[in-house]
Design a protein around this ligand. Structure first.
Ligand SMILES: [Zn+2]
Length: 410
């Protein structure tokens, strides 16, 4: 399995599939089409059935059931794009066999080193085969590792018909990194009862809680007058914006929070005397506290409207996604089976809340409960990204074990 996984993964990462939040098309970038076409051919070549790709670049495929038992259809998903914040062009994956626990020189000429001094978790990978970047790009293990693992698991099951299983659906999707992942995903056509995104990090990760998320845009209108004759007339919108921000609790910000703590995050503050715009994101795991955070922003805006005039302050708050736990907790078996699969393979499951969202947060609210499992990668979205091939094999085995368990429990 090892060579097969390395071959797939290194082939996928060499296609530049960086997504672009400023593009209106779906997929947002042409590179995603290039990879999508490769994946469609490969799914057919390994023997998957009902291989489809729609006009938005969503790929679906079926591994048909080989049992008469009434097993629920389950799905596995991974995304094709890489993060917009770091280049994914000309990725040159480097393979480190039998990692010795010391510094890994990513790029001699540019003096770029992946060191356990900066990344102490490297100690967990002594003896592993690692794949790194050459220091100039991201790797794209997020999420091409997930694609390689799902593809390899499907190929394995096709080659081992003695392993009984229900119907399995697979999907590869565009534009997760720009938050659009499942927007156009046809849940009905996918037709699974449960699904898993294979989009997590280190060994054992199993996630089914995400933030509740909203964004807020506040526009403040001032009145500009020549400063020499401004007394009693000028209204400086920048200062009202500062007053707005000053009324938010200073410690409830990303740089001061962790675990289950929520926050307000000021993304941008742009303006002049005449007009200032504030752009925030609001995050909380707890739905009530999430609603309270949004209400707090409305309250501050209302107070300032009272002080400066209603027309001066406009606030617009939009929900983005919700904590998938609400949708997954009632169908707990989807998490329990993944947990059991890891235990069966001597992998210690690590359940923790995702301080962000996944495609699963949206899919769960679209009617497809979708927790997230590990890929084996570390340091996503940057030049120090790397992945353990040993753990990629484990992720592949977890996929196979989940499929087996659904059959055994039916
Ligand atoms: Zn991802």
């Amino acid at each position: 399995m090892k060579n097969e996984i390395i071959e797939r993964f290194t082939k996928y990462v060499q296609v530049d599939t960086q997504s672009d939040p400023n593009s209106d098309t779906c997929p947002s970038t042409p590179g995603q089409w290039t990879l999508a076409k490769m994946l469609v051919e490969e799914l057919k070549a390994i023997g998957m059935e009902e291989v489809t790709i729609d006009e938005n670049g969503y790929i679906m495929a079926t591994l048909p059931a080989n049992t008469d038992k009434d097993v629920p259809t389950i799905g596995f998903l991974a995304h094709m794009d890489t993060a917009p914040e770091f280049t994914g062009a000309n990725v040159k994956p480097q393979i480190v066999e039998n990692y010795d626990g010391n510094d890994i020189i990513l790029n001699e000429a540019l003096h770029i080193v992946l060191s356990p001094k900066d990344f102490p978790e490297l100690a967990n990978y002594k003896g592993h085969t690692l794949i790194t970047t050459d220091g100039t790009t991201l790797l794209g293990a997020d999420n091409k590792a997930g694609i390689a693992e799902i593809m390899t698991a499907m190929a394995y099951l096709i080659q081992h018909p003695e392993i009984k299983h229900g119907k399995v659906r697979v999907a590869f999707t565009p534009d997760e990194e720009i938050g659009r992942g499942p927007h156009k995903f046809d849940v009905a056509a996918f037709g699974a009862k449960y699904a898993y995104t294979v989009d997590g990090g280190p060994l054992g990760e199993l996630e089914y809680e995400s933030f509740n998320a909203a964004e807020a845009k506040i526009t403040i209108k001032g009145k500009n007058v020549h400063p020499g004759t401004a007394k009693g007339k000028m209204i400086n919108s920048i200062k009202i914006a500062m007053e707005f921000h000053g009324q938010l609790p200073a410690n409830e910000a990303p740089e001061h929070t962790e675990g289950y703590e929520g926050f307000y995050h000021l993304l941008s503050f742009q303006g002049n005397v005449e007009e200032t715009m504030l752009h925030y994101i609001i995050r909380d795991f707890d739905r009530k506290q999430f609603e309270a955070r949004k209400a707090k922003m409305q309250e501050i805006a209302a107070k300032l409207q009272e002080k400066y005039g209603k027309e001066r302050i406009a606030i617009e708050i939009k929900d983005q996604y919700y904590n998938m736990k609400e949708k997954i907790e009632p169908v707990r078996e989807v998490v329990d089976i993944a947990y059991e699969a890891m235990k069966n393979l001597n992998i210690e499951p690590k359940i923790s809340p995702i301080r962000g969202g996944t495609d699963g947060s949206q899919l769960s609210y679209m009617g497809l409960p979708t927790p997230n499992i590990f890929t084996g990668g570390e340091n996503f979205h940057g030049r120090y990204e790397y992945i353990s091939v040993d753990n990629m094999i484990k992720a592949t085995n977890v996929i196979i074990e989940i499929i087996k368990l659904f059959e055994q429990k039916a």
